[in-house]
Design a binder for this molecule. Sequence first.
Ligand SMILES: NC(=O)c1ccc[n+]([C@@H]2O[C@H](COP(=O)([O-])OP(=O)(O)OC[C@H]3O[C@@H](n4cnc5c(N)ncnc54)[C@H](OP(=O)(O)O)[C@@H]3O)[C@@H](O)[C@H]2O)c1
Length: 294
Amino acid sequence: MSVRASYLVVGADSLVGGGLLRALERRGHTAFGTTRRRDSVTNRRVFLDFESEDPFIAPPDVGYAFVVAAATNYDRCETDPLAYKINVELTPRTIASLLNQGLFVTFISTNSVFGGERPWPQEDDPHDPKISYAIQKHRSELAVRKAASALDAEGRLNIVRLTKILDPSTSPLASWFQAWRRGEPVQPFSDLIFAPMSIQFVGEALAILGEKRVPGDLHLSGADNVSYVDLALALAEKLGFDPGLIVPTTATAKGIHIAFKPRFSGLGMTRTTQLTGIHPQKLADVVSDLTVEA
Ligand SMILES: NC(=O)c1ccc[n+]([C@@H]2O[C@H](COP(=O)([O-])OP(=O)(O)OC[C@H]3O[C@@H](n4cnc5c(N)ncnc54)[C@H](OP(=O)(O)O)[C@@H]3O)[C@@H](O)[C@H]2O)c1
């Protein structure tokens, strides 16, 4: 085995981190994860808290780190100064340290940095973040790039922006599946647009990016901008439930405040596809993955 062939997933307790670890292991790699939960630490699950002043040293055989962990809650990003500090100062500080240790680093970002008013923004398009979470991720990207430039390590950094990721437990899917099994209707929102991907697709695609070591900005996206009604109809059809169990409504009609309500959610993947062969995930494939065990 070559030197430093192992992978590190910073944020193994997250949705994306868990899916990525499973994919790396499925593809035959040795992969370590990090946790900030002391009681979860094992040989393969090492402690890392961005807030800790103790320097983090990657396990010796690790040559590639995915930095997935973040303060992700939209409301927390609006109100808690610590969320800003974690995203904009402490995460880039850890990435600078990982680059300084000679690792190739992937920093995970989000489609929300583009603001949602333009269809299919490409990897190098300008940002227009609107909500605090998106502004913080935009500033993290700038700080991470600056750190890489100062270390002359831009060739060992990529920033991978993702659209919405789903697994069967993601809200509101689990409650839809339960309702349908009881023969009860669900009320998905027609005014909430997204370009979903399955966690299986995202884990596998990130693992491939880790094998290919392509620097620069990359995107992973669903191939379709759809509403939650479109997704519910596709899921019900796949599972053989009556489409009459889907009663469309809107977040507006329900009086529910949605912090990020983009007109367009999908990301352009032209550069990513050219360099890696990875294509956007079609809705039918998202639905297949979501219904494997439903
Ligand atoms: N989920 C999506 O649909 C989506 C879409 C686009 C982009 N993204 C990006 O993908 C990444 C992962 O998202 P996710 O939804 O999978 O995340 P998540 O499930 O919300 O988990 C976030 C993780 O970050 C960890 N964390 C928070 N603060 C930390 C700190 N100070 N030190 C160390 N770890 C810390 C948390 O640890 P604890 O578990 O111990 O609290 C948690 O495991 C994020 O960068 C997010 O911006 C996600």
